[in-house]
Design a protein around this ligand. Structure first.
Ligand SMILES: CC(=O)[C@@H](O)[C@H](O)COP(=O)(O)O
Ligand SMILES: NCC(=O)COP(=O)(O)O
Length: 243
């Protein structure tokens, strides 16, 4: 069964809008876990625009489901992750000016630097995932530098859900398995587009945040998670085909 990681970044966005403590992203994570989230994802950005250091520390100590710590591949973040020791780290590209993560990590272009960081995280007992575009060179480099997992960036497909973008994801999924990498996917997924992505061959986990937190305003987080899990389960029944 495909696991659902719930990303709680944007609970913190709402909290930070007023500078207080409500709504608490850790409370949202605990609620999500009680209502079917198989894991929790949180992205500690360099500019701390939503999740903050103390949120990560509390998540690490209060959660009973796996924590996926999303982070830029910086010295500061690697050191923090090695001391916190979450279940997993997902290394993502980060630009301060961006509204959200715009593309995948250039693993092929930064292989020498990333290899050492991946090794340090793995030595701390952390499962290492790389957030990449479904590009053959990035998949090959991810395996070569020792990552155990890749998360395919689904943002391009989410914004332009046509055959060309889906074919890229499909070919990326096949290549991930050929390289012995565990396959995750995420970014920009909704009830409307998750089904086809859930049919990707070899998919183990989806990470979904912004849409789920938005839907929770209308239906509540438990109902939003339940509906997303249904969409994933029905999508996974149909093996993806590409034309
Ligand atoms: C890496 C990724 O695609 C996202 O989960 C990421 O966390 C997005 O960043 P924001 O949550 O800041 O939009
Ligand atoms: N890695 C993707 C993620 O955690 C959630 O992305 P989004 O659903 O907030 O776009």
């Amino acid at each position: 069964m495909i696991r659902l990681g719930v990303n709680i970044d944007h609970v913190a966005t709402v909290r930070n809008a007023r500078g207080g403590l409500h709504p608490d992203p850790v409370g949202a994570a605990l609620l999500a876990a009680m209502h079917g989230a198989d894991g929790i994802t949180a992205h500690l950005r360099e500019d701390r625009r939503h999740i903050r250091d103390e949120d990560m520390i509390r998540l690490r100590h209060e959660l009973t489901v796996p924590l996926n710590f999303e982070m830029g591949a910086t010295e500061e973040m690697v050191a923090m992750a090695c001391s916190l020791r979450p279940h997993a780290c997902c290394l993502v590209p980060e630009r301060r000016e961006e509204v959200t993560t715009e593309g995948g990590l250039d693993v092929a272009g930064q292989a020498d630097d990333l290899r050492g960081k991946v090794a340090r995280l793995r030595d701390a007992g952390i499962r290492v995932s790389l957030f990449i575009d479904p590009d053959p060179a990035q998949l090959e480099a991810s395996a070569r530098i020792g990552a155990q997992v890749v998360e395919l960036h689904t943002g391009a497909y989410a914004h332009n859900p046509g055959e060309d973008e889906f074919r890229r994801l499909y070919q990326g999924a096949v290549a991930a398995t050929e390289h012995g990498l565990e396959l995750h996917a995420g970014h920009g997924l909704t009830y409307g587009n998750v089904g086809r992505v859930a049919g990707l061959p070899g998919l183990a986990e989806l990470n979904i945040g912004h849409f789920l937190i938005g839907e929770a305003i209308f239906t509540g987080l438990p109902a939003a998670i339940a509906r997303m899990k249904q969409e994933i389960a029905s999508g996974a029944l149909f093996k993806a085909v590409v034309r």
